[in-house]
Write a protein that binds this ligand. Structure first.
Ligand code: ATP
Ligand code: MG
Length: 571
């Protein structure tokens, strides 16, 4: 038995494939399939999970954790009762609880699971999710993207349909937009884009801020720095938000808020749906960016979309639906249960892996981020990120590139892995780095280093490097905190194979000019010609790259003219 688990920011669910071959959620709290993702730590250190824990948010906020999923990948620790916990550890309590319920319900041992994550979760966040599963004693069979899971659920029920689908998943903490194609049981993900810091939680916070501001204006400040008051206000804000999905107005009533000195303040404020829409309007419309990117990366236009799947509790908000209708010129319909589609999809994937599901349903997913390595420019001291796996490549994916040493007698190189769309390391997220030590000394460019990136079905990256003398090293990008974002202090990076320009067809035409420029550069002094030297190096780099990549003749000729001009500018 492999179960499917949706470990959500706000709520979590667990499901399995029943004897009819259908995904079925398991009741966790009474009849309810949906459990709050809240953990309370008892005095003796034992955890309590779900509604029981949620009830402790008010009386004992210091020992209660919520929305822990948002802290994945940040290297932060949480403390309760003087003890430190990682977000993975707290999440493992949620997983253990779900699994225990499942074991009771199914009457058998459960120790294997498929766990879902937002498609836009990065490598570290995925690894921490796996870690949470392992801490709960589970073998994590697969990390599955949430929107893909929702599409699997729809796909299983509509095996014969052929459609371009846009999944819009707005949950408690994250937004994912995924474009996929369904045909004859194949779920083919084309692109995924998202925002890991946007969800219903932010809408709650906007209501809170609105109340705090309103009362500050009335000179009746809400003692928001008191954890009890903050939690109370947050719970009320969420109730208000949900109510406004149905009703036009809601009255927030909190009669006995106490500040530190025991003074009582009562909140009594009516919020209309219009007020709420004004508060969240710009956040909601900001998601058009992710929609555009996802469609663009999939090579589709709005008019090509046949179906919009709404997933996640926050898609119940009327403004979100109205926004999508206008944005996509399409009436979104709730074809799947927004709360349970993800967990059911996870169960389907679990069923495919375990073999209990014989359906011919095939899944192909993508890597939503570009993965690159830091490389030194041939000339100059700038480094940039050289892409190995472009975003939205179908997974699993493997790519090798060859680089060369950047300095004479370089015996050590640093191999790094970055995630993100920026051109430069500072714009991207450093996943990890390692050294390759023991290269044979020689002139720059004399040692080749093959770097391989391998991205697996769970969205986890492995990096290997091998030098031409046989020295090698590798990493499964390790889980390190964001504090470690600073590059490890290791010698030199390597440069790209730009020195191969000489071997490119048509290179002969440019050899003499490049040789001349290099000779002049080696004599030039930074003091006299600093700026020209930088420009010349950069023009030379472009020219070499142009030759290597066979840019058109006009461009190469204009680069050559630029190089000539700059040479004559040297003193
Ligand atoms: N009727 C409703 N109107 C507005 N918001 C709602 C409604 N019902 C639920 N929500 C909001 O939906 C969010 C929870 O959705 P869901 O359970 O899909 O998220 P999650 O899976 O926990 O989060 P994520 O997928 O981001 O990790 C909460 O912010 C909740 O307040
Ligand atoms: Mg969710």
């Amino acid at each position: 038995m492999i179960v499917g688990i949706d470990l959500g920011t706000s709520t979590s669910e667990i499901a399995y494939i029943n004897s009819q071959g259908q995904p079925e959620p398991i009741p966790i709290e009474g009849e309810s399939f949906i459990m709050p993702s809240v953990v309370y730590i008892n005095k003796d250190g034992t955890p309590e999970v779900g509604t029981a824990a949620q009830e402790k948010l008010l009386p004992e906020p210091e020992s209660t954790f919520q929305e822990v999923k948002r802290m994945f990948g940040q290297g932060k620790k949480l403390t309760a009762r003087g003890k430190e916990y990682t977000p993975a550890k707290i999440s493992s309590f949620i997983l253990s609880h779900l699994v225990k319920r499942a074991e009771e319900y199914l009457g058998e041992k459960v120790d294997r699971a498929v766990i879902t994550v937002p498609a836009y979760f990065n490598d570290k966040q995925r690894k921490e999710t796996i870690e949470a599963g392992e801490l709960a004693g589970l073998k994590v069979e697969r990390i599955l993207n949430e929107p893909t899971a929702a599409a699997l659920e729809y796909g299983l029920a509509n095996m014969m349909s052929t459609k371009n689908v846009l999944v819009y998943d707005l949950g408690g903490g994250t937004l994912d937009v995924t474009v996929l194609e369904l045909f004859e049981g194949v779920v083919d993900v084309k692109s995924s884009c998202g925002n890991n810091a946007l969800g219903g939680k932010d809408f709650d916070e906007l209501i809170m801020k609105h109340l705090v501001k309103t009362y500050a204006d009335k000179r009746k400040p809400i003692p928001i720095t008191e954890p009890r008051v903050a939690n109370n206000l947050k719970l009320e804000a969420e109730i208000c938000k949900k109510a406004l999905s149905e009703a036009e107005t809601y009255k927030v009533l909190m009669p006995f808020l106490k500040d530190r000195h025991g003074k009582t303040i009562s909140v009594d404020e009516t919020i209309t749906r219009k007020d709420f829409e004004k508060l969240i309007g710009s956040l909601v419309s900001s998601t058009s960016e992710q929609i555009k990117t996802a469609l663009g990366d999939a090579g589709l236009e709005k008019k090509d979309i046949d179906l919009v799947l709404l997933v996640g509790g926050s898609t119940r908000i009327p403004l979100v639906k109205a926004f999508l209708k206008e944005e996509l010129e399409f009436e979104p319909e709730t074809f799947v249960d927004p709360d349970l589609a993800v967990v059911k999809g996870a169960a389907i994937e679990a069923g495919i892996i375990s073999g209990v599901l014989n359906e011919d349903i095939v899944l192909s997913d993508v890597c939503p981020y570009t993965l690159s390595t830091e490389v030194l420019e041939s000339y100059g001291s700038m480094t940039y990120c050289d892409t190995l796996i472009p975003r939205n490549t179908t997974i699993p994916a493997k790519q090798t590139k060859t680089y060369q040493t950047a300095h004479d007698n370089q015996v050590i190189v640093r191999i790094s892995a970055y995630q993100g769309e920026g051109e430069f390391p500072a714009e991207n997220y450093l996943l990890g780095a390692f050294e390759l030590n023991g290269l044979p000394p020689g002139p720059r460019g004399s040692v080749d280093v093959d770097v391989t990136f391998e991205y697996d079905l769970n969205g986890v990256l492995k990096v290997y490097a091998k030098a031409s003398n046989g020295i090698d090293n590798q990493m499964t990008v390790s889980v390190v905190g964001q504090d470690d974002k600073e590059s490890p202090d290791v010698p030199d990076v390597i440069e790209s194979k730009i020195n191969d320009w000489k071997k490119a067809p048509g290179a002969d035409k440019y050899k003499s000019i490049i040789n001349r420029a290099e000779a002049r550069l080696s004599e030039a002094s930074d003091e006299d010609d600093g700026e020209i030297i930088t420009e010349l190096r950069s023009a030379m780099e472009d020219l070499k790259l142009g030759i290597l990549e066979q840019w058109d003749n006009k461009e190469l000729e204009s680069l050559k003219a630029e190089v000539l001009d700059l040479i004559s500018d040297l003193s």
